[in-house]
Design a protein around this ligand. Structure first.
Ligand code: BGC
Length: 737
């Protein structure tokens, strides 16, 4: 068996790539190799390269042999390599398949969900986690992930807010690049690299009323300033692919949108990779009402710039595969468009090194790669950094490890499955450390843990309350682990009400009434409306879904082994009625004034959020002082250095995330009251002061004018530094001609 495998390997690694079968000589560039292969392909074979399918069961082999499939899903290593054998050995041109799947926040090792990861404000760590995910996925034969999701989301009703980095285009852009770097590594050709996909292009997160797949109608300014930047950042970081979205955008569906897919992506940004549709999003051009039928949808998709069809309600690949050939033969779609897309696909396969190593390099994966301990260490560190301390009244936290007794209550306190969060198909729930286990491992052997579930996540019954209340009464502190189930966020999981589901709020109230100090641990995929909790309980930790290391990490924070440093990357509203609410809003002609009725506000609610963007507490306190700027004026290509002293005024070492915001005071178009332009993570010992510097370039102060040209307009700017979007020191800077 071993000998046979070695022979096969020698053949494919050493012999086959050099021979005529791949249709090119080895010393050619990627471009020349792609052209050479293309010149040997029939129209059908070219169209085959534009199809991603997994749904044909037994017919897959035959289709691969005929060159009707360019890509498929994740089949597990064994089946994967046997399908690859058909492509490489038995198809006419021996073009290897590429295997794709959604690796969103880990593959086997599950890291925090992306929204949680963004709260770490630690792009280097995000990159490390993504590279572990890539390694694990690649060892199973995956070559391509449909991640990162870089959609800006400002509406917590939208379930997919959990998949991205929150509301801000700057932070979103930093995180987009961090993921791309992690998945793709330095060189796509490495066995442990997988191609990244920035999705969903574009403005999917602006779905009206937060309803998934819904219409998006936004200005070109909002498109360019808010929704496009993370995609542009992913492209600049070298992302190999882009996924076109489900939504329509200003009347044109994103998967048939020439303006975004070709004019912006190709002409303006010079993107060279592939565009794949979302699942059946080309087919859905019919439902959108812009295509007469599926054939028309295929025409619109390919013409607008969608290269690969990820598609089919019942049978994947049912848009490009059956219709493109006829469209070309009838002269409706120029053959050059098929060539263009097929060339992009071949280029991707060449860059991935698929021709040199079409099979899983088992030796490589056996010998190399991070150990389980190293992976868990990164997962735990990222989970620690993702937790946001929202409230800590009278410093109830951290708890003492030798505390006498803890009432551990709530539907998620002893759960594993939900803690994986949405989009973790290869996660292993038995690897997840529950909160119960994490606390047990941390506290002294004498500490009593009085556990009671209290209720299920969606329960309407309060029958379990009694035990929970009794446990609370006999304990020194009650820790309540509450939230949403993992299916309540992610795709097709929009909510009209974003309270804690079921009777969980009532459960918290009952425990609070016992008089025991209450610590609430939230697990959820979106900001929730938690006014009562925020006003009443002693401490709140927002933990989102932290993945495998949940229990360890929550225990680290609860008992002070990790001092929380996470900061919200999305605003918490007080009510659904305030949505959309985000820090980077405009001033309006009538900014809210409590003493003037005729200003922009509500008669039944404050306008302010419950917790602002960038907010998060620590067990220590930080003081910001001495904000200085080295010049008061700069030219349109100049820069200034702003500095601030940050002091740890408490008694514990802690990490602060220092945030830089700007405001254009007067411009030819209205500008937001604040825009994030930089941040730094710093660690300070008690009493220590560090000077933190940012360079503010004139380019950072640019914006789109009314002709949609990016310009730097002379004038005055506020330069602000602080520890959340609502707590800043301000200085000013003038840009002169
Ligand atoms: C989702 C994408 C995902 C694709 C493939 C779609 O339903 O919108 O985010 O990549 O399925 O799984």
């Amino acid at each position: 068996m071993k000998i046979k495998q070695t022979c096969i390997k020698i053949f494919f690694v050493l012999v086959l790539p050099g021979c005529i079968n791949f249709g090119y000589a080895q010393n050619l560039s990627v471009e020349q190799k792609a052209d050479s292969l293309l010149s040997k392909m029939t129209l059908q074979e070219k169209i085959g390269q534009l199809v991603l399918t997994s749904a044909f069961g037994n017919k897959m082999g035959e289709m691969i042999k005929k060159g009707e499939i360019g890509f498929t899903g994740n089949w597990g290593p064994h089946k994967r390599d046997s399908l690859q054998t058909i492509a490489v050995e038995h198809s006419r041109l021996h073009i290897p398949l590429v295997f794709a799947t959604d690796v969103i926040h880990g593959y086997n090792t599950i890291f925090p969900v992306p929204l949680a990861q963004s709260c770490s404000w630690d792009p280097d760590l995000v990159t490390k986690a993504a590279s572990i995910a890539a390694f694990e996925a690649a060892s199973d034969g995956v070559n391509w992930t449909f991640a990162p999701m870089v959609d800006i989301a400002r509406d917590p009703r939208w379930g997919r807010i959990v998949e991205g980095a929150g509301e801000d285009p700057y932070l979103g852009s930093v995180m987009a690049a961090a993921y791309v770097k992690g998945y793709q590594g330095k060189d796509l050709n490495r066995p442990a690299s997988i191609a990244a996909t920035a999705k969903h292009y574009v403005a999917y997160g602006a779905a009206q009323a937060g309803r998934d797949y819904n219409t998006v109608d936004i200005s070109e300014r909002t498109l360019r300033e808010i929704y496009l930047p993370p995609f542009h950042s992913a492209v600049n970081a070298g992302a190999e692919s882009i996924m076109s979205a489900f939504n329509d955008l200003n009347g044109v569906p994103a998967s048939g949108n020439y303006f975004t897919l070709t004019k912006i992506l190709r002409d303006e940004w010079k993107f060279k990779g592939v565009v794949i549709s979302d699942y059946n999003s080309v087919g859905e051009l019919v439902n959108h009402g812009v295509a007469k039928d599926k054939s028309d949808a295929a025409r619109i998709g390919i013409t607008a710039g969608v290269d690969i069809d990820l598609a089919g309600d019942t049978v994947m690949g049912d848009i490009y595969a059956p219709y493109l050939e006829n469209l070309v033969k009838k002269g409706i779609v120029p053959g050059s468009l098929i060539d263009r897309s097929a060339r992009r696909v071949l280029r991707m396969k060449l860059k991935l090194g698929m021709f040199e190593h079409p099979y899983i390099d088992k030796d490589f994966f056996r010998k190399k790669g991070p150990s389980k301990e190293e992976k868990n260490k990164i997962a735990r560190q990222l989970a620690n950094e993702s937790i946001v301390l929202l409230k800590n009244y009278k410093n109830v936290l951290p708890l003492k490890k030798d505390i006498h007794s803890i009432a551990l209550i709530g539907p998620l306190a002893d759960d594993q499955e939900n803690l994986l969060g949405p989009w973790s198909p290869n996660g292993i729930s038995k690897n997840v450390v529950t909160v119960f286990q994490g606390i047990r491992n941390k506290v002294s052997s004498g500490t009593i843990i009085n556990y009671a579930k209290g209720c299920g996540i969606l329960d309407t019954s309060t029958a379990g309350f009694k035990d929970a209340i009794e446990n609370a009464k006999k304990s020194d502190v009650a820790v309540l682990v509450v939230g949403e189930s993992r299916e309540m966020s992610g795709e097709a999981a929009s909510r009209a009400f974003i309270d804690l589901p079921g009777v969980q709020n009532e459960l918290i109230k009952k425990i609070y009434e016992t008089g025991v100090p209450v610590v609430v641990i939230l697990m959820n995929g979106r900001p929730l409306t938690i006014n009562w909790i925020s006003q009443n309980v002693n401490a709140i930790l927002e933990t989102w879904y932290l993945g495998d290391q949940t229990g360890n990490s929550i225990a680290d924070v609860l008992f002070g082994d990790y001092n929380p440093s996470g900061k919200l990357t999305v605003t918490f509203p007080r009510s659904v009625g305030q949505i959309p609410i985000y820090y980077s809003h405009k001033n309006t002609g009538r900014p809210p004034d409590p003493n003037d009725k005729y200003t922009s506000k509500y008669i039944d609610s404050p306008v302010t959020p419950l917790y602002p963007f960038g907010y998060g507490l620590s067990y220590t306190t930080f003081d910001f002082s001495n904000l200085k700027i080295d010049k008061t004026t700069i030219s349109t290509n100049g820069s200034a250095i702003v500095s601030v002293d940050v002091t740890n005024t408490g008694t514990t070492t802690g990490t602060e995330i220092v945030q830089l915001y700007i405001r254009d005071i007067v411009a030819s178009v209205t500008r937001p009251v604040k825009e994030l332009k930089g941040f730094k993570r710093i660690q300070l010992r008690p009493g220590e002061t560090k000077k933190v510097q940012f360079t503010v370039t004139a380019g950072m102060l640019s914006f789109y004018n009314s002709e949609m040209k990016k310009i730097i307009e002379p004038g005055k700017f506020d330069i602000m530094v602080g520890n959340n979007s609502d707590n800043v020191l301000t200085t000013s800077l003038e840009v002169v001609k």
